[in-house]
Ligand binder design. Structure first.
Ligand SMILES: [Zn+2]
Length: 82
């Protein structure tokens, strides 16, 4: 199996994030999977807030995890105040 690694890197860049997982790491996780779905592989990346985050590729593609968990919670509590 060949990962669409350059595409993944580009996708994270397009969302102002930086992919940290290497192609080898992704392949390794992929090979461990029973179902062999790349969308469920958790990738490490620098989120828009500048912190490290770890979200599977599929939800990230749908704009989940653009902020790390603690920044997301902060954002939600700040929005709740308004
Ligand atoms: Zn953050």
């Amino acid at each position: 199996m060949k990962t669409p690694y350059p595409k993944l890197v580009q996708m994270y860049q397009d969302k102002n994030c930086k992919l940290l997982s290497t192609e080898e790491e992704i392949l390794e996780m992929y090979n461990k999977q029973v179902r062999k779905t790349i969308g469920n592989i958790k990738l490490k990346f620098i989120a828009q807030c500048g912190h490290e985050n770890n979200v599977a590729y599929a939800p990230f593609y749908q704009n989940s995890g653009l902020l790390c968990k603690s920044c997301k919670i902060k954002e939600m509590t700040e929005n709740a105040k308004i």
